[in-house]
Design a protein around this ligand. Structure first.
Ligand SMILES: C[S@@+](CC[C@H](N)C(=O)[O-])C[C@H]1O[C@@H](n2cnc3c(N)ncnc32)[C@H](O)[C@@H]1O
Length: 264
């Protein structure tokens, strides 16, 4: 996945803005050791650090990590793939904002790596695109690709349903404390060319497969197709659907449950 790192923060700052309440769900405590998985340029990492936790931002993209280090000189960052990263010590929590849906190669492997990084009782708190996320944007892309004789665009995302992700978390050794799946229409305040800008930023890989002379007409068609659902008088709105969860790593060996008192 190639990210336009320099434009990422300024053009789509709302990705991070929406992470703000997630830090409250994570509830970092002073001195806790926390990983921010898929940290990007480190905005959410910094929010965690502000609560007094010791935080390590991990991201698969070296350019993101370089930018994160430049923007947050006092914080720790490392390049690592969420499917394979390992830690030498156990952490109190792993948090992830707007990143797990990009880790589409093997979601169970990501959950297994998070499990291995946590101490028993450690928290896994995240927010990702859920089933139905960006359905209008994706439908407009797929239709435009077909109209231009390009077949199906290759989409790089994993948008699970709550039931599917809950099953993966439980099979991966977690107890779920909270799971929400909610529409979150989001104004594209900094993406003035609407759906086209969204595709340029988030579907750059699919766009790179398109013959150069077709890119602009294709994007214009995507805007035409998406506008009835997503363009308001006040501007474009992305049809985001978010899946948010808080889970706890189970103990390695469950203690025998005490017997219920008579009559319970
Ligand atoms: C939309 S950004 C979110 C960044 C940040 N969490 C925030 O709230 O602004 C998604 C990030 O996930 C990272 N990412 C995608 N796949 C990854 C993987 N397999 N391992 C680690 N990071 C990955 C990308 O490089 C990108 O920085």
């Amino acid at each position: 996945m190639n990210w336009a790192v320099t434009t990422y923060d300024s053009a789509f700052g709302y990705v991070s803005a929406h992470g703000a309440p997630l830090v409250d769900l994570l509830d970092p405590q002073p001195g806790e050791r926390i990983i921010d998985l898929g940290c990007g340029t480190g905005t959410f990492t910094a929010q965690i650090a502000e609560r007094g936790a010791e935080v390590l931002g991990i991201d698969g993209n070296p350019e993101m990590i370089a930018q994160a280090r430049a923007l947050n000189p006092g914080l720790s960052f490392a390049v690592g793939d969420a499917h394979t990263f390992t830690t030498t010590e156990k952490y109190d929590a792993v948090a992830s904002n707007a990143a797990l849906h990009w880790m589409n190669r093997d979601p169970d492997a990501v959950i297994a790596r998070v499990h291995a990084a946590l101490r028993p009782g450690g928290r896994f708190v995240g927010e990702l695109g859920g089933a139905g996320n960006c359905a209008e944007l994706i439908a407009a892309m797929q239709t435009a690709w077909r109209v231009f004789g390009l077949g199906e665009p290759e989409l790089p995302w994993y948008f699970p349903s709550p039931a599917e992700y809950a099953a993966r978390l439980e099979a991966g050794g977690f107890t779920i404390r909270l799971l929400e799946h909610a529409d979150r229409p989001t104004r594209m305040t900094e993406g003035p060319d609407g759906a086209a800008d969204w595709v340029r930023t988030y579907a750059a890989g699919a766009l790179a497969e398109v013959p150069p002379e077709l890119v602009e007409p294709l994007l214009a068609r995507i805007n035409d197709l998406a506008a009835p659902a997503l363009r308001r008088e006040s501007g474009w709105v992305a049809d985001y659907v978010r899946l948010r969860f808080a889970a706890v790593r189970k103990a390695d060996t469950a203690a025998a449950a005490p017997e219920a008192p008579p009559g319970f």
